[in-house]
Design a protein around this ligand. Structure first.
Ligand SMILES: NC(=O)c1ccc[n+]([C@@H]2O[C@H](COP(=O)([O-])OP(=O)(O)OC[C@H]3O[C@@H](n4cnc5c(N)ncnc54)[C@H](O)[C@@H]3O)[C@@H](O)[C@H]2O)c1
Length: 335
């Protein structure tokens, strides 16, 4: 199989490259990434040293580049991770979110259409469903929950999802969409909650918690997410949406306390900061369809997953130090 993985130098995309290599080492993987500030070539270097893995630096909105790549590689499938992904940045710069997340997806879909016979999977987010109240734990997002976005980020992801599903209906393209909850694990850029808090705590610096830290997220270990995505690519039904969640709801304070506990640091490091505009209260996913139709279940409990994640950041200081000092942007693409 020849697979195009966009956004492969980001957090989930890179984990997916390693997951796929481990399970299907004979497949050819082409990793396409624009290497924005969130893309980190260092993460991919060990994979790029292996046979059948190619890296291309390029933007998914670049029609000519995408077309040439499809013509040269004759892909069987595309999995689209490439996106601007940080809600706070979407509040200050909505335009780049619309360009990469919506128009970039359209360029990829058109390439699949032009070149024919290419399976397309769109990696999306539970944020397209808006949020749930904090005091109704029985309410969960299903695939039928109406789209109700809160941020320019989630609106751009919803736009891409709807476009992908419309290409299935209009052109008969073999498209699936998955919507997952918050991921955590190795290689996550330290602007996101869990790595940010780990690095602050390691530095004995104040841990900035939005509002009172009451917002609830359904934490999904990135490896469980990759396993779910692989199943959807192989066995998912075109035209369908699949929700992927960890059944691991935790409020932000609990997550931050777990990190401090793992590192043996005091809770006095917690410092409350002004809440994000339009901050969603709670996300909770019902992943029953993934289990019923594809036999998937998350395997990583939160206690085990957060301990392993904290350990990973402690043991891989050179990976994140290169981000903090900016040198990760200087890594050359291997010949
Ligand atoms: N991280 C999460 O918890 C989470 C949860 C739900 C959904 N998602 C979705 O999963 C996908 C991957 O998320 P992530 O956390 O790995 O994001 P990330 O920000 O870590 O990585 C995104 C990658 O996409 C690349 N990229 C951005 N714009 C591009 C463009 N125009 N052309 C080519 N490459 C481009 C970046 O360089 C980066 O390597 C995204 O689509 C995101 O919306 C993430």
């Amino acid at each position: 199989m020849k697979l195009l993985i966009t956004g492969a130098a980001g957090f989930i995309g890179s984990n997916f490259v390693y997951y796929w290599r481990e399970h299907s080492p004979g497949d050819r993987l082409v990793c396409l990434d624009a290497l924005t500030y969130a893309g980190n070539l260092n993460t991919l270097l060990p994979a790029l040293a292996q046979p059948h893995v190619r890296f291309v630096q390029g933007d998914i909105t670049n029609t000519a580049l995408v077309d040439a790549l499809f013509a040269a590689e004759d892909f069987d499938a595309v999995i689209n991770f490439a996106a601007e992904s940080f809600v706070d940045r979407s509040i200050t710069h909505p335009d780049i979110f619309l360009r990469s997340n919506v128009l970039g997806t359209q360029v990829l879909l058109d390439a699949c259409r032009t070149h024919g016979g290419v399976r397309f999977h769109q990696v999306s987010t539970d944020e397209v469903y808006g949020d749930l109240p904090l005091d109704r734990p029985e309410l969960l997002f299903t695939e039928e929950t109406p789209i109700r976005c809160s941020s320019p980020y989630s609106a751009s992801k919803a736009g891409a999802d709807l476009l992908a599903l419309a290409y299935h209906r209009t052109y008969g393209l073999a498209v699936t969409v998955s919507r997952c909850s918050n991921n955590y694990g190795p290689f996550q850029f330290p602007e996101k909650l869990i790595p940010l808090m780990i690095l602050k705590a390691l530095d004995d610096a104040p841990l900035p918690v939005y509002g009172r830290g009451a917002n609830i997220r359904d934490w999904l270990h990135v490896r469980d997410h990759c396993a779910a995505l692989a199943l959807i690519l192989q066995k998912g039904t075109p035209g369908e949406v699949y929700n992927i969640g960890g059944r691991n709801e935790r409020d932000n304070m609990t997550v931050v306390r777990s990190i401090l506990h793992e590192l043996g640091k005091p809770e006095s490091l917690i410092s409350y900061v002004t809440d994000r505009a339009g901050h969603d209260l709670r996300y909770g996913i019902d992943p029953a369809k993934m289990h019923r139709e594809l036999g998937w279940l998350p395997e990583t409990g939160f206690a085990e997953g957060i301990a392993a994640t904290v350990r990973w950041y402690v043991e891989n200081q050179s990976w994140w130090a290169a981000i903090l000092d900016g040198s990760y942007r200087l890594t050359a693409i291997p010949a």
